[in-house]
Design a protein around this ligand. Structure first.
Ligand SMILES: *Cc1c(COP(=O)(O)O)cnc(C)c1O
Length: 232
């Protein structure tokens, strides 16, 4: 899969260049390869090229891939990044290393209760509705401080930081606005005493803006695996 390997390198170069412009160490930004809708073989190829963290949105699809790739389990990380219904939390708590899309306390409580004692605490991010549209998931900026404190107190979770999916914007300056808002909220939470280290923001079309505003994980699908086909 020469395209995939080439794309992976191109994305890493974009991250490195943006980090350079921002005066940041590129190693402080992790690349999460979003493999939703793509076959396990693509994940295996990316893994063979050195990629270690993979993001999935759909529980059933992810569980199938995790099983097919069980032989790689000790050398890769699975991150759940999609909308999570409360009746689907158990396999996520049992199989994943991270959940970026925790958007309410109830989901966090279930994940904490269902995280097996044999595994380390589940790493989670609180998803914030940073653009403020009614249709998007995520907690509002105003309630984020309280929800973050409640999640941080749960025994089987480790709250790592914040995640957002901003509205698409054209120019890099416009793209930076919501990312900056998420970083400011992150700094406020740290100021309130929460020990956070993760800003999960930036995708194929806006990763530079996210890196300039402090992203520590960028979630990139299309630019690595190509356009997604949802027809089957
Ligand atoms: C699909 C998805 C991505 C990747 O988006 P691309 O534009 O393909 O890079 C990132 N984050 C989330 C939450 C997603 O659902």
């Amino acid at each position: 899969m020469p395209d995939l390997i080439h794309n992976l390198e191109a994305v890493q170069q974009r991250i490195a260049l943006a980090a350079h412009v921002a005066g940041r160490d590129a190693r402080s930004i992790a690349l999460l390869a979003v493999s939703k809708t793509f076959p396990a073989e693509d994940v295996r190829a990316a893994h063979a090229a050195g990629q270690r963290a993979f993001g999935e949105n759909y529980v059933q699809e992810a569980l199938t891939k995790i099983e097919v790739l069980a032989d790689l389990r000790s050398t890769l990380e699975w991150h759940f990044i999609g909308p999570l219904q409360s009746n689907k939390t158990r396999p996520v708590a049992e199989q994943f290393d991270w959940v970026h899309s925790v958007d309410r306390l109830k989901i966090a409580q279930r994940l904490s209760e269902q995280r097996p004692e044999t595994l380390p605490p589940l790493n989670v991010c609180l998803q914030v509705n940073i653009s403020g549209e009614a249709s998007k998931s995520g907690v509002g900026v105003d309630e984020a401080v309280q929800v973050a404190k409640d999640i941080a107190a749960l025994p089987r979770l480790r709250l790592r930081g914040l995640m957002a999916i901003p509205e698409p914007a054209g120019s890099i300056d416009d793209q930076r606005v919501p990312h900056r808002r998420l970083r400011e909220l992150f700094e406020r939470l740290v100021g309130e005493g929460l020990e956070l280290d993760t800003l999960s923001m930036g995708m194929s079309s806006d990763l530079e803006a996210a890196v300039l505003e402090g992203a520590t994980i960028v979630r990139v699908g299309t630019a690595i695996f190509g356009a997604r086909d949802y027809s089957h």
